[in-house]
Ligand binder design. Structure first.
Ligand code: PLP
Length: 372
């Protein structure tokens, strides 16, 4: 085996134990015919119960789950959705699939999540929803966001893809808005290789999502193969759901490990000047999907230089997301000064389940050697 490959410290990779292997083995051996949905049903139940949400719909991706959420609230072409400027593109791409418009609002300096104080001034007569994104495990100010939504009669779709296990005032994030969406992509806190989940406590919205995810077919209609509208198909497979069941059963452990890894980084990086890391307000539990560091403006550090040094030491790292309004498809919004001020000073650090304390130390030493 190539030793360079062995020693590489990847940014993320899943934790797969005998439990996952057993479930997937069982699904591929027995999960056919009348059993072809068994693991999907079990996965949805387990997940809903973990979140304390009433309904859960497993999907082939979080992108699909978000698309279903916006279809189900009746988002129309020309409508507007208020989103944070800093997030992964999958939060907002589905808004554009419908012909609606994401309206980018600046983020808070401490949480890197949407700033509630800037939401109200972005609301117009076309605004239909607010989409808080819990970035890198960090948690949005949900009370403030829910209050604004109530005042203006808007839906709230939480993108919790990066914050499975994070809590806001004792509630799991993703369970607070009208819909919550999760991702089980291989880089996320738990995985089904590719996959997602849409959760809600609203039966009417859930029924809409079911219809949209079944090509417009209403399972309550007795007429076989009768469709009332054009729908989509973002279904998960029973094989993937089997993997998902094992991962949910281990979720507490997976989240605890993320917290341990973050705390190791935090302790070792303590004392570096001008350094910010993922925030955890007193009323929040952060599941620290990706330990992230940002260096303040006056700190003398060259990010490209640090990336090069990491690469030389066989360490994977990632840049912070660009402001979405900076991308060519959207109108630039330089007035989002926090977003534009932090993105090129931020780095995500490796945080997979099996990372060792020695490996964390190695990463920290490279950072320390490049920041003065
Ligand atoms: C990963 C991610 C998604 C999309 O997840 P997929 O399962 O890849 O579709 C959406 N939003 C955010 C914030 C993400 O990080």
């Amino acid at each position: 085996m190539n030793t360079a490959v062995q020693q590489r410290i990847p940014i993320s990779k899943p934790s797969i134990t005998q439990l996952e292997i057993n479930y997937v083995n069982d699904a591929i051996t027995n999960g056919w015919g009348s059993h072809c949905y068994d693991y999907i049903i079990r996965f949805q139940k387990l997940f809903a119960s973990y979140l304390k949400s009433d309904y859960a719909l497993a999907t082939s991706s979080c992108t699909g789950a978000i698309h279903l959420a916006f279809l189900s609230i009746g988002l129309q072409p020309g409508d507007e959705v208020i989103c944070p400027d800093i997030t992964w593109i999958a939060s907002v791409a589905p808004i554009t699939y419908i012909g609606a418009k994401p309206v980018f609002v600046d983020v808070k300096k401490d949480t890197w999540c949407i700033d509630p104080e800037k939401i109200e001034q972005a609301i117009t007569s076309r605004t239909k929803a607010i989409m808080p994104v819990h970035l890198y495990g960090n948690v949005c100010e949900m009370d403030e966001i829910m209050a604004i939504a109530k005042k203006y009669n808007l839906f709230v779709i939480e993108d919790a893809a990066e914050a499975l296990g994070s809590e806001y005032k004792g509630k799991k994030v993703g369970s607070i808005g009208d819909f919550g969406a999760f991702s089980f992509h291989g880089t996320k806190t738990m995985t089904t290789s590719e996959g997602g989940m849409l959760v809600t406590n609203n039966k009417t919205l859930f029924d809409e999502a079911l219809i949209y995810n079944d090509h417009g077919r209403d399972h309550r209609n007795p007429k076989t193969f009768w469709m009332e509208r054009i729908g989509y198909k973002y279904k998960i497979s029973n094989l993937q759901a089997a993997l998902g069941c094992a991962q949910v059963e281990r979720l507490e452990d997976l989240v605890n490990k993320k917290r341990e890894i973050f705390n190791s980084y935090k302790t070792l990086l303590n004392g570096l000047p001008g350094l910010s890391m993922n925030a955890e307000q007193e009323y929040v539990k952060n599941s620290y999907w990706m330990p992230t560091i940002i260096f303040d403006e006056p700190v003398n550090f060259n990010r490209e230089n640090l990336f090069a040094q990491m690469k030389e030491h066989n360490i994977d790292s990632r840049p912070f997301f660009y402001p979405l309004s900076f991308l060519p498809m959207f109108e630039t919004k330089k007035e989002n000064t926090v977003s534009y001020g932090i993105y090129d000073r931020g780095i995500n650090l490796p945080s997979y389940y099996d990372i060792t304390q020695k490996e964390i130390e190695k990463v920290v030493n490279v950072i320390k050697s490049k920041v003065k």
